[in-house]
Design a protein around this ligand. Structure first.
Ligand SMILES: [Zn+2]
Length: 57
């Protein structure tokens, strides 16, 4: 799943992130951004991210 920050356009690729994430902390929700996710570029919360579908999976 790929998510895009509506504030700055940063793209979060869940597949790529999971490899790191698994070692640190599991997301509490399934199939989405971690509950405490913040954009690493502009710092907004997950409510600013929207799922991007129909692009590269
Ligand atoms: Zn952002």
């Amino acid at each position: 799943m790929v998510w895009e920050c509506q504030a700055c356009g940063y793209v979060y690729n869940e597949k790529a992130a999971n490899r790191q994430q698994r070692l640190e902390e599991k997301p509490l929700n399934s199939g989405g951004l971690p509950v405490n996710w913040k954009c690493p570029v502009c710092g907004v919360g997950r409510e600013f991210f929207e799922e991007v579908s129909g692009r590269n999976s």
